[in-house]
Structure formats: structure tokens, C-alpha cells
Design a binder for this molecule. Sequence first.
Ligand code: C2G
Length: 131
Amino acid sequence: MKTVITYGTFDLFHIGHLRLLERAKALAEGGRLIVAISTDTFNWEAKHKRANIPYADRAAIVGALKCVDCVIPEESWGQKAEDVRKYGVDIFVMGGDWEGKFDFLKPLCEVVYLPRTEGVSSTQIREGLHP
Ligand code: C2G
């Protein structure tokens, strides 16, 4: 039984997000998956991107998933190490587009980068909606 955590915006929720979360949950081996959802403020101030779906709705959608046990807000880049300690995280998981970016967490927990699901992204969906 392990505690796994992952972070993301999860805007316009799609199959790539679901596959990431389900694989992260599988790594928990019957334990729990915590998902830190980027707040609207963090998204804009830190990532310069504005989600189509407001934080409260993104958190409700992800929180309703069978494979997700807990949702917390992601409010800063720097909260990860504190979250790992606070929640007793065993495994930190991100998609492969972040490969290597969070290796600084390796002294605290296992760091796993999972292959992204190709051919789908919130950006593609957004652009497809407004040809
Ligand atoms: N993802 C994926 N396959 C896709 C799209 C996304 O596996 N086709 C994964 C990403 O790699 C990420 C997670 O789904 O691990 C959430 O993706 P985003 O919502 O785009 O998150 P992002 O904006 O990358 O924010 O501190 C970390 C950041 O909050 C991550």
C-alpha cells in the first residue's frame, strides 16, 4: 500500500489525463492517489495559461474519479517537497513531458515519469472547438 501524488491542470479533461491517473493509482498498489490541481491563479501567474474550466469544476471532475482518493490545490511550484512530507508520499508521478524536471524530489520519494498518451491534449481540444 503506497501513497502516490501527481500534479496538473486537468483542463478539458480527456483520455490522456484519465490514463495518467489510472496508471498512477495502479502504482499505489491498493493505497491512495492524491491529485494536486493547479488553481486558476497559479495557472495564470506561474504557467501563463488560462484554463477553460474553473478550478472548482476541474477539482470536482477529478475528485469524482474512482481512481482518485484526494484532491488538493496546487498553488505554487515550490509546494511539492512539503506535500511529499505532509502526506507521506511514496511515489511522485508525472507525465513524460516533465521528464527530469522533478528529480530534485528523489531524496524524498520515488519519482516516476509515465509516457504521455499521444494524439490528445487540452490544447488540441481547445483549438478544435474554435476552428
Ligand atoms: N498528460 C498525459 N497525456 C496527455 C496529456 C497530459 O499523460 N496526452 C499528463 C501530463 O503529462 C501531466 C498530466 O497529464 O502529467 C496533467 O497534464 P496537464 O493538465 O497538462 O498538466 P500541466 O499543465 O502539465 O501541469 O506542477 C506540475 C504542473 O501542474 C503540471
